[in-house]
Design a protein around this ligand. Sequence first.
Ligand code: DGP
Ligand code: NA
Ligand code: NA
Length: 213
Amino acid sequence: NGPLQPLCRGAFILLEGCDRAGKSTQAAKLVRKLKARGFLVEHMRFPDRTTPIGNMIDAYLKSTKELDDHAVHLLFSANRWECMAKMKKLLSSGTSIVVERYAYSGVTFSAAKGLELAWCKSPDIGLLAPDVTLFLDLPICEAGKREGFGEERYENEDFQRNVRGLFLDMKHDMTVGDIQNYARKTIDEIHGELVASAIETIKKCATLPLKDL
Ligand code: DGP
Ligand code: NA
Ligand code: NA
């Protein structure tokens, strides 16, 4: 008969950064740690290559398919839109999500090809907004030395330098969360800071409404 407990929603925690910056490693470690601490959490990544739209994106990234730059841009955005229902359901049922890449990658990768910034942003307007964006900012020359760099389209140092510049320009744009830089630290140091930031975000957002980009 006491007061109703407010239903706590999950937090949308986004990891962004250039290629080979360590997002997948950090996302996996973060999800494991949050689960071990008793939080409900799921790991997601964009592009989600498992859907029909994701299959087209995958073929494009592996250069087995050529596509117009605008068409590709819209496919990446559509790939985020098709996951919105699932993401909203998880968050509103109290599960947090750790997501690799999102609309920042969408805008920066296309703008780095020369597409107009405002045009690049428009298809992502209305997507669920992240509660915090954790930007892994590895120097491009170091990313370029990492295993596998160069296997996919976009993985060349000049292009990645452009993308990084655009990421940094967008710091105060398109998000309601902070962007934090995690450069030049060890995997475990970065991990510790991401865990602290994620837990702070989960607590802070529990009773706040979800927002859109
Ligand atoms: P990943 O699976 O995180 O390595 O991403 C694959 C590649 O696709 C990587 O080079 C980044 C790029 N990418 C991710 N999201 C987008 C997007 O929305 N638009 C474009 N053009 N590229 C993207
Ligand atoms: Na990649
Ligand atoms: Na990755």
